[in-house]
Write a protein that binds this ligand. Structure first.
Ligand code: NAD
Length: 358
């Protein structure tokens, strides 16, 4: 993942030797953020229960930089582990979450426990540890289907799923911890993020992962609805950059929500075609099935605030990022038959498992 060189130089001054905590750091976005933080010289503590993340996402860095990367295999609901993991962290990047809308529909209580109560516990651990700032990964789903296009942060949230409601609750908790305890908190609303390491092996896979997997298996990408629905698909490097800028910003925050995305729409049809082309199978034209009930038709971020508060500018080529992601799905190794559990940490990572990885 390449970030713009001039910004990296600036960020290196801010992050060198800085202790930080990344919750959910074994996941898709969290592991890219962890890589970038290590590249900037930070000392990173990761806390993840591996319910969706993979230790393999961190294993190279755990081996090569054991003095700067520590892994804590635990849940954000576990206060003692949080206290240990947070240590003297200056900045807390809270990304751990049950991230699937579908899963939240099937098991709303689990989603609320992790995403809302878990967020309260992270905020409280940060407060007691006197952390300088907590950055909360929230989601465009809090807007529901009522926001104008592009959606500014001032539009009234209208969560339409337990997942969206749990994320909005987390946002309110962050603001409440700022006003009650004076904790510096900032909320980042990520839109549809894509990139290497996004898992495609569950029923809840994101659209890009699912399309790439279908194309690799020689099947046409299957789209819910007519394919004209659009999203603000955002390469993971942009989200990592915005998140790093959020941690480095020199002002106080009190739970302000900030959209983080490219600020452009791509239809799901165009996306599926671009992936088929990137994987050398342009003849696999997308097919369409019944629309999913309650699906938002269009979504696009207004990124003015990210620019004004964080200095964030989208960077890089969308098509290159998409092709890189599609190739990653095409090239990644098949599971090792001698070690079928991708979260089998062997002797690589310290920490005592508190939950059995699924
Ligand atoms: P992910 O599932 O890859 O990462 C989430 C990580 O949190 C996983 O590693 C998982 O094991 C971990 N986790 C789950 N429950 C936990 C718990 N109780 N304790 C500790 N760790 C736990 O998902 P992601 O796409 O990397 O998402 C990261 C964050 O960004 C999430 O908060 C998600 O809601 C948010 N987000 C993601 C997107 C997107 O498009 N990927 C969009 C909007 C918001």
């Amino acid at each position: 993942m390449k970030l713009p060189a001039d910004i990296v130089d600036r960020l290196r001054d801010r992050y060198a030797a800085r202790p930080v905590l990344v919750t959910g750091g074994a996941g898709f976005i969290g592991s890219h953020l962890t890589d970038a933080l290590l590249d900037l010289g930070a000392r990173v503590s990761v806390l993840d229960d591996l319910s969706a993340g993979l230790i393999a996402n961190l294993s190279d860095r755990l081996e090569s930089e054991p003095e700067r990367l520590t892994f804590h295999h635990a849940s954000v609901l576990d206060r003692e582990s949080l206290t240990v993991a947070i240590g003297g962290a200056h900045t807390v990047f809270h990304l751990a979450a049950v991230g699937s809308v579908q899963r939240s529909v099937e098991d709303p209580e689990r989603t609320l426990a992790v995403n809302s109560t878990g967020t309260a516990r992270v905020l409280d651990a940060a407060r007691h540890a006197k952390a300088h700032r907590v950055i909360l990964a929230s989601s465009s789903s809090v807007y529901g289907d009522a926001a104008p296009l592009p959606a500014p942060e001032t539009s009234a949230p209208r969560p339409r799923s337990p997942y969206a409601a749990s994320k909005l609750a987390g946002e309110h908790l962050a603001a409440a911890w700022s006003s009650t305890y004076g904790l510096d908190t900032l909320v980042l609303r990520y839109f549809n993020v894509f990139g290497p390491r996004q898992r495609a092996d569950t029923a809840y896979a994101a659209a890009i992962a699912a399309f790439a997997t279908s194309v690799m298996e020689g099947r046409a990408p299957s789209i819910f609805g007519d394919g004209k629905q659009s999203r603000d698909f955002t390469p993971v490097a942009n989200v990592v950059l915005g998140t790093l800028l959020a941690g480095a910003a020199e002002r106080r925050f009190e739970g302000e929500p900030v959209n983080l995305a490219l600020g452009r729409e791509t239809t799901v049809d165009d996306l599926a075609r671009a992936i088929a082309k990137a994987l050398g199978k342009p003849e696999l034209e997308p097919t369409h099935t019944e629309p999913r009930a309650g699906e938002v038709r269009h979504s696009r971020a207004d990124v003015t605030r990210a620019h004004e508060l964080l200095g964030f500018e989208p960077f890089g080529s969308f098509d290159d990022a998409l092709a890189e992601t599609a190739r990653w799905y095409a090239e990644r190794d098949n599971p090792d038959p001698d070690n079928p559990d991708p979260n089998d940490m062997g002797s690589r990572a310290p920490g005592t498992p508190s939950e059995t990885p699924r």
